[in-house]
Design a protein around this ligand. Sequence first.
Ligand code: DAT
Ligand code: MG
Length: 145
Amino acid sequence: MSTERTLVLVKPDGVRRALVGEVISRIETKGYSIIALRMLDADRSILERHYVEHQGKPFYEPLLEFMASGPIVAMIVQGNRVIEGFRSLAGVTDPTLATPGTIRGDLARDQGTNVVQNIVHGSDSAQSAAREIAIFFPGISVEGK
Ligand code: DAT
Ligand code: MG
Protein backbone atom coordinates (compact mmCIF):
# COMPACT_ATOMS: atom_id res chain seq x y z
CA MET A 1 0.00 0.00 0.00
CA SER A 2 1.60 3.28 -1.07
CA THR A 3 -0.90 5.74 0.41
CA GLU A 4 0.13 6.78 3.88
CA ARG A 5 -1.07 8.94 6.72
CA THR A 6 1.08 11.21 8.88
CA LEU A 7 0.48 13.36 11.94
CA VAL A 8 1.11 17.07 11.47
CA LEU A 9 1.01 19.59 14.31
CA VAL A 10 0.98 23.36 13.99
CA LYS A 11 2.84 24.26 17.16
CA PRO A 12 1.91 27.17 19.49
CA ASP A 13 4.28 29.56 17.68
CA GLY A 14 2.52 28.84 14.39
CA VAL A 15 -0.94 29.32 15.89
CA ARG A 16 0.10 32.53 17.71
CA ARG A 17 1.46 33.96 14.47
CA ALA A 18 -1.71 33.03 12.56
CA LEU A 19 0.14 30.64 10.25
CA VAL A 20 -2.37 27.77 10.42
CA GLY A 21 -3.83 28.75 7.05
CA GLU A 22 -0.38 29.09 5.50
CA VAL A 23 0.63 25.59 6.68
CA ILE A 24 -2.64 24.07 5.49
CA SER A 25 -2.28 25.87 2.18
CA ARG A 26 1.19 24.41 1.60
CA ILE A 27 -0.06 20.90 2.42
CA GLU A 28 -3.05 21.22 0.12
CA THR A 29 -1.14 22.95 -2.67
CA LYS A 30 1.36 20.10 -2.61
CA GLY A 31 -1.58 17.78 -3.27
CA TYR A 32 -1.99 16.00 0.05
CA SER A 33 -5.37 15.56 1.73
CA ILE A 34 -6.28 16.61 5.25
CA ILE A 35 -8.55 13.90 6.55
CA ALA A 36 -8.92 15.01 10.20
CA LEU A 37 -8.19 18.24 12.04
CA ARG A 38 -8.61 19.59 15.56
CA MET A 39 -7.41 22.51 17.66
CA LEU A 40 -6.52 21.69 21.24
CA ASP A 41 -4.60 22.78 24.32
CA ALA A 42 -2.25 19.83 24.74
CA ASP A 43 -1.91 18.78 28.36
CA ARG A 44 1.28 17.41 29.85
CA SER A 45 0.29 13.74 29.58
CA ILE A 46 -0.43 13.96 25.86
CA LEU A 47 2.89 15.79 25.29
CA GLU A 48 4.83 13.26 27.37
CA ARG A 49 3.43 10.48 25.18
CA HIS A 50 4.08 12.38 21.97
CA TYR A 51 7.69 13.28 22.82
CA VAL A 52 8.67 10.10 24.72
CA GLU A 53 11.76 9.64 22.52
CA HIS A 54 13.18 12.95 23.80
CA GLN A 55 12.71 12.26 27.51
CA GLY A 56 15.89 13.10 29.43
CA LYS A 57 17.35 15.37 26.75
CA PRO A 58 18.33 18.92 27.81
CA PHE A 59 15.58 20.49 25.71
CA TYR A 60 12.85 18.09 26.89
CA GLU A 61 11.32 20.24 29.64
CA PRO A 62 11.51 23.47 27.60
CA LEU A 63 9.95 21.54 24.69
CA LEU A 64 6.99 20.37 26.79
CA GLU A 65 6.56 23.83 28.28
CA PHE A 66 6.62 25.44 24.83
CA MET A 67 4.16 22.92 23.39
CA ALA A 68 1.76 23.66 26.29
CA SER A 69 2.14 27.45 25.94
CA GLY A 70 -0.89 27.85 23.70
CA PRO A 71 -3.27 26.00 21.43
CA ILE A 72 -1.98 23.68 18.73
CA VAL A 73 -3.63 22.32 15.61
CA ALA A 74 -3.36 18.59 14.96
CA MET A 75 -4.15 17.00 11.63
CA ILE A 76 -3.93 13.72 9.82
CA VAL A 77 -2.56 14.24 6.34
CA GLN A 78 -2.84 11.57 3.67
CA GLY A 79 -1.12 10.87 0.38
CA ASN A 80 1.47 8.73 -1.36
CA ARG A 81 4.76 8.97 0.56
CA VAL A 82 3.30 11.77 2.69
CA ILE A 83 5.48 10.97 5.73
CA GLU A 84 8.64 11.73 3.80
CA GLY A 85 6.90 14.40 1.73
CA PHE A 86 5.71 16.46 4.67
CA ARG A 87 9.16 16.31 6.31
CA SER A 88 10.47 17.70 3.05
CA LEU A 89 7.84 20.49 3.03
CA ALA A 90 8.69 21.30 6.68
CA GLY A 91 12.46 21.50 6.26
CA VAL A 92 15.12 20.51 8.79
CA THR A 93 14.67 20.99 12.54
CA ASP A 94 16.85 24.10 12.91
CA PRO A 95 15.03 26.99 11.21
CA THR A 96 18.29 28.85 10.64
CA LEU A 97 19.49 25.95 8.49
CA ALA A 98 16.14 25.03 6.93
CA THR A 99 16.14 25.71 3.21
CA PRO A 100 14.15 28.72 2.01
CA GLY A 101 11.03 27.35 0.33
CA THR A 102 10.28 25.08 3.27
CA ILE A 103 7.83 25.93 6.06
CA ARG A 104 10.59 26.24 8.66
CA GLY A 105 12.98 27.93 6.23
CA ASP A 106 10.44 30.56 5.20
CA LEU A 107 8.44 31.11 8.37
CA ALA A 108 10.71 30.46 11.37
CA ARG A 109 14.02 31.69 12.74
CA ASP A 110 16.15 31.24 15.85
CA GLN A 111 14.40 32.99 18.72
CA GLY A 112 17.30 32.59 21.16
CA THR A 113 15.24 30.19 23.31
CA ASN A 114 16.52 26.92 24.79
CA VAL A 115 14.05 24.97 22.71
CA VAL A 116 13.86 25.32 18.96
CA GLN A 117 10.56 26.87 17.86
CA ASN A 118 9.87 25.71 14.32
CA ILE A 119 6.13 26.02 13.54
CA VAL A 120 5.33 22.40 12.68
CA HIS A 121 5.77 18.77 13.65
CA GLY A 122 5.57 15.87 11.21
CA SER A 123 5.90 12.15 11.98
CA ASP A 124 9.30 10.76 11.01
CA SER A 125 8.36 7.15 10.12
CA ALA A 126 5.37 4.89 9.56
CA GLN A 127 5.78 3.57 13.08
CA SER A 128 5.83 7.11 14.55
CA ALA A 129 2.82 8.09 12.45
CA ALA A 130 0.76 5.18 13.80
CA ARG A 131 1.80 5.92 17.37
CA GLU A 132 1.22 9.69 17.12
CA ILE A 133 -2.11 9.47 15.27
CA ALA A 134 -3.37 7.20 18.07
CA ILE A 135 -2.41 9.88 20.62
CA PHE A 136 -4.14 12.81 18.95
CA PHE A 137 -6.94 10.99 17.13
CA PRO A 138 -7.92 7.93 19.14
CA GLY A 139 -10.35 6.00 17.02
CA ILE A 140 -8.94 7.01 13.65
CA SER A 141 -6.71 4.39 12.11
CA VAL A 142 -3.36 5.02 10.47
CA GLU A 143 -4.49 2.72 7.66
CA GLY A 144 -5.17 4.83 4.60
CA LYS A 145 -6.78 3.87 1.33
P1 DAT B 1 11.84 17.29 14.37
O1 DAT B 1 10.71 18.15 14.91
O2 DAT B 1 12.51 17.94 13.20
O3 DAT B 1 11.42 15.87 14.11
P2 DAT B 1 13.15 16.31 16.78
O4 DAT B 1 12.12 15.23 16.80
O5 DAT B 1 14.58 15.90 16.82
O6 DAT B 1 12.96 17.26 15.50
O7 DAT B 1 12.92 17.29 18.02
C1 DAT B 1 11.61 17.66 18.41
C2 DAT B 1 11.59 19.15 18.63
O8 DAT B 1 12.46 19.50 19.73
C3 DAT B 1 12.14 19.96 17.45
O9 DAT B 1 11.14 20.22 16.47
C4 DAT B 1 12.64 21.19 18.10
C5 DAT B 1 13.15 20.70 19.45
N1 DAT B 1 14.59 20.40 19.41
C6 DAT B 1 15.19 19.35 18.78
N2 DAT B 1 16.52 19.33 18.95
C7 DAT B 1 16.79 20.40 19.74
C8 DAT B 1 18.00 20.95 20.30
N3 DAT B 1 19.19 20.36 20.10
N4 DAT B 1 17.90 22.07 21.04
C9 DAT B 1 16.71 22.66 21.26
N5 DAT B 1 15.53 22.19 20.80
C10 DAT B 1 15.57 21.09 20.03
MG1 MG C 1 10.74 14.46 15.50
